[in-house]
Design a protein around this ligand. Structure first.
Ligand SMILES: O=C(O)c1ccccc1NCC(=O)[C@H](O)[C@H](O)COP(=O)(O)O
Length: 224
């Protein structure tokens, strides 16, 4: 018969298994209002990368994250930015995790870690086209790796069979939406799922789509 200690361990194990959800590419005050309602685990902001339609300046980022529910972790997404940009934003508490979504290498991560210390998780994104991409992801010194289809925010899936059996905790991104979230979680058991494009209408985040996606992930947890 289970004692209290066993039950606590079971509860903790289940909590640890729950898939997290990140909603990425927020840029407007109403986006923040809606994620505060939906309560994903993480929110992503594309910082100082003007080639993205979801780009926010560091000033806007600070304004938006100041309004974010403190239970939601703000993640700064950077593409080959000077290392001091993510470091300063983390140091000032504007972001609480750093996602590297360009061609940042191990030397970049080493320099970043020297500036931020050990408390800020670093997520490194990989565009998955071949088994070699998975091998590079497996070897990354980042805290987490993010497996994506392309250069970020493409709205397209990659060949998931490549990630079957991938052993380290990873965020799954690329073309995830309300239609394929459950299948993705069942098939690949990602540490977290990451969505952006499918939660937009006409290039802008949609309240109901955000809420629906978070609810799917949460209700999926209850079914397990
Ligand atoms: O969204 C962008 O425009 C973007 C540009 C450059 C680097 C990263 C970018 N987005 C990152 C994300 O939104 C997510 O990590 C992920 O790529 C979302 O993919 P999808 O759901 O397919 O839009």
């Amino acid at each position: 018969m289970s004692n209290l200690c066993d039950l606590r361990q079971d509860a903790q194990r289940l909590a640890e298994q729950n898939t997290r959800i990140k909603v990425c590419g927020l840029k407007r005050p109403e986006d923040i209002e809606w994620v505060n309602l939906a309560k994903p685990d993480f929110c992503g902001f594309i910082v100082e990368f003007p080639r993205s339609s979801r780009c926010v300046s560091r000033e806007l980022l600070a304004e938006l994250t100041a309004q974010l529910d403190p239970e939601i972790i703000p993640v700064g997404v950077f593409v080959n930015a000077p290392v001091k940009l993510p470091a300063e934003l983390a140091e000032s508490g504007v972001i609480r995790a750093i996602q590297l979504h360009g061609q940042e290498d191990e030397e970049y991560i080493r320099r970043l870690r020297k500036l931020i210390g050990g408390d800020i998780p670093v997520i490194q994104a990989f565009s998955v086209q071949t088994a070699e991409d998975l091998q590079r992801a497996a070897e990354s010194s980042a805290d987490y790796v993010l497996l994506d289809q392309g250069s970020g925010g493409t709205g397209k899936t990659f060949d998931w069979s490549l990630a079957e059996g991938f052993t380290r905790p990873f965020l799954l991104a690329g073309g995830l939406g309300t239609d394929n979230l459950a299948e993705a979680i069942e098939r690949l058991s990602p540490w977290a799922v990451d969505l952006s494009s499918s939660l937009e209408i006409g290039g802008l985040k949609d309240r109901d789509k955000i809420i629906e996606a978070v609810n799917i992930v949460r209700s999926f947890e209850q079914l397990k």
